[in-house]
Design a protein around this ligand. Structure first.
Ligand SMILES: NC(=O)c1ccc[n+]([C@@H]2O[C@H](COP(=O)([O-])OP(=O)(O)OC[C@H]3O[C@@H](n4cnc5c(N)ncnc54)[C@H](OP(=O)(O)O)[C@@H]3O)[C@@H](O)[C@H]2O)c1
Length: 226
């Protein structure tokens, strides 16, 4: 433990989570990273490996984190997966369960367990998506999970006001990460992961009197339509 403010970012081995963790590290935060595969970024002071779709692994993660630190000042729920899946197809039932487990159940489970070590004026950030705001085919089940995740965050915000813990929602449009592997579009059609990191930095720089309720970002040329 370094005496610095401490952040825990889920899914921070790559993509948006990695960019957020790296940005905060350079802003003098101590950063605890996480992934499913166990790839530890070099700047991370501790890395936790856990598959968030599995309750037993989430319990291990919570135990490991609580034995490492007694106070957490920033919790970023970023880990996520995109699975193409139409609500009208039978195969979607299993995919919807997995999407809800990672984007919704895990967020509720981890938040409720970590709240006792989050003091007043700490922050929770949920990386939702523009897919939470309208159907995003062919990712219908993903849209359902992201909409549920966003509503979870809005409810949590109301519940935590009296404890002075801010809950902030970011809804990115297309961001250039592995999620878009195989899609043949120029980099300019995407936002960069660092842009999302800048928003998280803004959140932690705000006075505790203000929250960033719900911010939507898109590439300059607009969202990528299916
Ligand atoms: N990219 C976009 O266009 C976009 C747009 C809007 C919202 N988002 C949201 O932003 C977040 C990050 O997306 P991204 O594009 O940066 O993703 P990414 O590059 O694919 O990285 C996903 C991260 O989440 C972790 N992860 C995935 N499934 C997991 C599981 N079951 N248990 C634990 N960790 C898991 C991965 O760990 P491993 O490295 O070990 O696999 C990785 O660290 C997601 O919530 C996504 O829905 C993304």
């Amino acid at each position: 433990m370094s005496g610095k403010k401490l952040a825990f970012i889920t899914g921070s081995s790559r993509g948006i989570g990695f960019a957020i963790a790296k940005y905060l590290f350079h802003k003098d935060w101590e950063v605890i990273t996480h992934s499913r595969s166990g790839r530890k970024p070099e700047f991370s002071s501790k890395h936790i490996q856990a598959d968030l779709s599995l309750e037993c692994e989430r319990n291990e993660l919570i135990g490991e984190l609580k034995s490492y630190c007694s106070e957490l000042h920033l919790l970023v729920h970023n880990a996520g997966i995109f699975l193409p899946s139409l609500i009208s197809e039978k195969e979607t039932t299993q995919k919807l369960k997995e999407l809800l487990e990672v984007h919704v159940i895990a967020v509720q489970h981890i938040t409720a367990e970590l709240l006792p070590i989050m003091p007043a004026k700490s922050n929770i950030v949920v990386i939702s998506s523009i897919a939470a705001l309208r159907p995003y085919l062919p990712g219908s089940a993903y849209s359902v999970a992201k909409a549920a995740q966003r509503m979870l965050a809005l409810c949590l915000r109301e519940e935590l006001k009296s404890r002075e813990i801010g809950v902030h929602v970011i809804n990115p449009g297309p961001v250039l990460t592995d999620s878009w592997q195989g899609v043949d579009l120029p980099a300019e059609r995407f936002s960069s992961p660092e842009d999302i990191a800048r928003i998280v930095d803004l959140i932690v720089e705000l006075s505790p009197r203000t929250i960033l309720e719900d911010i939507t970002l898109n590439p300059m040329q607009g969202p990528i339509e299916s």
